[in-house]
Design a protein around this ligand. Structure first.
Ligand code: SAM
Length: 212
């Protein structure tokens, strides 16, 4: 079966998670097989995380879909991702913000920052900037961000990320060691911050100044 046909079957299967057509259409436009190591391309359209080297993973498609859905991403938004990994989640978010928006994605491991950069270039994305740094401190120079997506689990929500979230902004972040919860952080127009627990998840740890 061709990659596109396999992708269609995968995306159709995600509809049961209550994911909107807007997110599913964005995922349909991203060739996930270009974001996994070549020897794993055959598994790229299975709904599971896959190893990408350096003891890290590309997240399962349903998790990417759920996080994008919770973020309620609109065209033109400026978004920060912490944990580029393969670059796949950044690519899905780039589809959602369109040419008017921009994704800044920060990766701690130099070899993975290069991997994400290469994959995104090969897939043709121009509205994404990959930076190698400790993303637990956020990325102050381009703040504030309308949305923040953290793709590794933190001990607590890092204060710099709360500070760098725009008013009326939303952040999704897995929190916890062992038992992890996906937390949705919202900042209202007056700057008040609220927290909502979505449910249990499994992510690799956020390593850094505000991580483990
Ligand atoms: N979003 C990725 C994708 O689409 O492939 C998956 C990310 S993987 C589950 C988590 C990533 O977070 C790993 O690549 C890991 O190196 C990275 N990470 C962990 N701590 C970090 C930190 N302090 N700053 C930036 N990246 C970090």
């Amino acid at each position: 079966m061709e990659f596109e046909e396999r992708r269609k079957i995968l995306i159709d299967s995600l509809k049961i998670n209550g994911i909107s057509d807007r997110v599913l259409d964005a995922m349909m436009r991203v060739p996930r097989h270009l974001f996994v190591p070549e020897k794993l391309q055959d598994s790229a359209y299975m709904d599971m995380p896959l190893p990408i080297g350096h003891d890290q993973t590309i997240s399962a498609p349903h998790m990417v879909a759920i996080m994008c859905e919770l973020l309620d991403i609109s065209s033109g938004m400026k978004i920060l991702e912490v944990g580029s990994g393969s670059g796949y989640n950044a690519a899905v978010m780039a589809e959602l913000v369109g040419d008017e928006g921009h994704i800044y994605t920060v990766e701690r491991i130099p070899g993975l920052a290069d991997f994400a950069e290469r994959n995104l270039k090969r897939a043709g994305y121009k509205n994404i900037t990959v930076l190698q740094d400790d993303g637990s401190c956020g990325l102050a120079e381009h703040a504030p961000y309308a949305r923040i997506s953290v793709t590794s689990a933190a001990p607590d929500v890092p204060q710099p990320l709360i500070d760098q979230l725009a008013t009326e902004g939303t952040m999704v972040i897995p929190v916890g060691n062992g038992e992890q919860q996906l937390v949705v952080v919202r900042k209202d127009i007056e700057g008040n911050v609220s927290y909502e627990v979505w449910g249990g998840v499994i992510f690799v740890p956020l390593i850094g100044k505000y991580g483990y």
